[in-house]
Ligand binder design. Structure first.
Ligand code: A2P
Length: 322
């Protein structure tokens, strides 16, 4: 395997460009997948309490560290403030809980998962009413929450902090009040939805970008029943042509395209063969013709898959980002 690439974060920290996504995997699936991912060389692991599998991930990490197979310093662990904790007091409470589950003293990056918030109802991370509508908390105050995120850095529980699913206006507002810089923005980003304006904005502010659903959100496509309308990136004729040219799989081309734009990517796979291939993208380079052809695949906001329509009621929240 060729040499890996790191993405620079603020304050001299680095994040491996290719990370492992853990969404949509049961505790049993993620336990097996994490073992295989660490074997395959993944060191950047993207977690979230709303994925309901942090404790299983923590057990695998502990096993590997106890056995001396990996050190804490070699790992780059990301987790997120759930929408139920998106209010003052939330970052401390929910980061402590994630650290307990992950069996870690600190995370390398802590992100506000969504700009909108849910009510806190007991330990329920997905609180809904009788009709299945999410119980939104419309009093969200990003500035107060960011101050609490900064306190987590001061307390040593997070090395860096950032945002996820925020739009430019929302990020600008946080930046105007931030004492600790916004180190990272995690967003849906793939060949059909290249997020050029948001990426340009982040680069101008020194904010590293991470692409979730970098293979075109097959998970979300399924969740939202859009399998008929959204074609698979891996079947796209341009991707297939470039894939043959470099003797790499279509997924490797889709991922390499993102990495070469200076953006991190966190593909999720519970299939050992696919996850090994997804990280094996550092021994070839796309040339300018390839990059131009791939840039032409952008469908702008028509390429968005994750519009949060599976969170019934979210679009009425004052901070709904789209
Ligand atoms: P699986 O876990 O069975 O590999 P996204 O993050 O864009 O939503 O993509 C994740 C989805 O894509 C998962 O359903 C995953 O399924 C699938 N996937 C991951 N890697 C590959 C690959 N290399 N080729 C095809 N599908 C993949």
């Amino acid at each position: 395997m060729g040499s890996k690439i790191d993405i620079e974060l603020t304050a001299g920290r680095k994040m491996p460009a290719l990370g492992f996504g853990t969404w949509h995997a049961s505790e049993e699936e993620i336990t097996k997948a994490m073992e295989e991912a660490l074997e395959a060389g993944y060191r950047h692991i993207d977690c979230a309490p709303v994925y309901l599998n942090e404790a299983a991930i923590g057990r695998v990490l502990k096993r590997w560290m106890d056995a001396g197979r990996v050190t804490r310093e070699e790992l780059f662990i990301v987790t997120k403030l759930p929408p139920t904790g998106n209010r003052p007091g939330g970052p401390e409470k929910f980061l402590k809980k994630s650290l307990k589950d992950l069996q870690l003293e600190y995370v390398d990056l802590y992100l506000v998962h969504t700009p909108f918030a849910f009510e806190e109802v007991g330990d329920e991370l997905h609180p809904t009413d009788e009709e299945g509508n999410f119980r939104m908390d419309n009093s969200t105050d990003h500035i107060k929450v960011w101050a609490d995120m900064e306190a987590e850095v001061a307390a040593g529980r997070a090395k860096a902090i950032g945002l996820s699913n925020f739009n430019i206006k929302q990020i600008k507002r946080v930046l105007d009040h931030a004492k600790v810089p916004v180190a990272n923005l995690q967003i849906e980003l793939h060949a059909y939805f290249q997020q050029n304006d948001l990426v340009k904005f982040c680069k101008s502010k020194g904010i590293a970008v991470t692409a979730y659903s970098p293979l075109g959100s097959r998970g979300f496509v399924k969740l939202m029943g859009k399998t008929e309308v959204i074609p698979t990136i891996m079947d796209n004729s341009t991707i297939l042509r470039i894939s043959e040219k470099h003797e790499k799989t279509p997924a490797q081309i889709a991922l390499r395209f993102i990495i070469q734009r200076g953006i991190a990517a966190i593909p999720k796979s519970t299939n050992g063969d696919r996850m090994r291939k997804n990280i094996d993208i550092f021994d070839f380079e796309l040339d300018e013709d390839d990059m131009e052809a791939l840039r032409a695949l952008d469908q702008s906001s028509n390429g968005r898959v994750c519009d949060f329509s599976f969170i019934k009621g979210a679009c009425s929240h004052p901070e709904f980002p789209f």
